[in-house]
Design a protein around this ligand. Structure first.
Ligand SMILES: Cc1ncc(COP(=O)(O)O)c(C=O)c1O
Length: 344
């Protein structure tokens, strides 16, 4: 049984329950199908049981101990994993330039927040990864209860999560991987390796690269910490079933032949474009994040030219380089528009 199958279930019941739009009163008519799917935990649909089954299916797909659907982004997954890991005064080690939710998670759990820095690549204007040796030294020096690493970074720098996990285990440190930008990784051998099987907690945004609705995400656990209770601390008791259904459909799609084919097409289309753009430099561990640089132009100037001359809005720019984000919905036609950059 899947969550999505609820949509097929014809009801002859009169629901004197929430939600009050009753699936029939559409204040924003354009979203009428959303209203129809917007149910509550009524006995007739029994959606809690189906959500449980859908999440169990996800654990099989990802090879995790448990996987949890999130309707408040990777932000909520980071918060919950830190709440499950750190108690009052325990040390949480975060990257000094991490997404704000890492620090917020430390604040919420009343952990002692310690920071680490990453090496900076001046040529590209981006942060690099830690070596396994530096990662181990960090753990030895700080003796944290938990550490959060961001892999991939926004620009597509990917850490050696498999070995980080081994080292973290040896030092009895909980490893949390913010893989918000790497939700496609478990589904292609031509992308970097995902942390889902290695880290204690891995958090992925489905909406960033995997075609999901804003702000759907998923939290994977491979440990015995009480993540369910931590999630309860920060979650509504009235989850959005249309969003949860979209997460289930999203995972089913990614794991399907069709989904995998789409990812491989994306990768080969990007390779093709890169071959044509000999006038640009490319960098990064993740081909789907097109990080580019043009000799003689600053990243900001490049970004301005892309916007004004080529009608292209980039995802992120720094003094040296510019990043164009792609994902499962980036089709060949859109990528082909980048051919014009030959004339930069
Ligand atoms: C590295 C990183 N982690 C976490 C988040 C939070 O993700 P979400 O928007 O899904 O809550 C973001 C969002 O931009 C991010 O870039």
């Amino acid at each position: 049984m899947s969550l999505i199958s609820i949509l097929k279930k014809k009801s002859n019941k009169l629901f004197f329950t929430t939600p009050s739009h009753s699936g029939k009163f559409f204040i924003l008519h354009k979203f009428y199908q959303w209203y129809k799917a917007d149910i509550s935990e009524v006995d007739f649909y029994n959606p809690e049981e189906r959500l449980k089954e859908a999440e169990e299916y996800a654990t099989k797909v990802y090879g995790t101990k448990s996987s949890h659907f999130l309707t408040n982004g990777s932000t909520s997954g980071i918060l919950a994993s830190v709440l499950a890991s750190c108690n009052l005064g325990e040390k949480l080690l975060i990257w000094s330039n991490a997404h704000p939710c890492h620090r917020n998670a430390g604040i919420l759990s009343k952990a002692e927040i310690l920071e680490y820095d990453l090496p900076f690549n001046n040529e590209w204007g981006i942060y690099e990864k830690l070596s396994v040796e530096d990662f181990e030294n960090l753990l030895i020096k700080n003796k944290p209860k938990a550490i959060i690493i961001t892999s991939p970074t926004y620009e597509g720098i990917v850490s050696d999560v498999e070995n980080f996990a081994k080292v973290a285990k040896e030092h009895n440190v909980i490893l949390i991987v913010d893989e918000a930008h790497g939700a496609l990784y478990p589904f292609s051998e031509n992308l970097p390796e995902s942390a889902v099987k290695y880290a204690d907690f891995t958090i992925q945004s489905l909406h960033k690269t995997a075609g999901g609705l804003n702000p759907t995400a998923i939290l994977h656990s491979n440990c015995d910490l009480d993540i369910k209770n931590a999630l309860k601390l920060i979650s509504t008791t009235s989850p959005s079933y249309p969003m949860l259904m979209s997460i289930e459909a999203n995972i089913r799609f990614l794991a399907s032949k069709k989904g995998k084919k789409k990812i491989e097409e994306l990768i080969s289309n990007i390779k093709e474009i890169r071959n044509q753009l000999k006038n640009l430099d490319f960098y990064g561990d993740d081909i789907t994040k097109i990080l580019i640089k043009k000799n003689g132009l600053s990243g900001y100037k490049l970004s301005e030219i892309l916007y004004n001359k080529f009608n292209i809005e980039d995802e992120k720019t720094n003094e040296q380089s510019t990043m164009l984000l792609t994902g499962i919905g980036t089709n060949e036609e859109k990528l082909k528009k980048l051919e014009y950059l030959k004339n930069l």
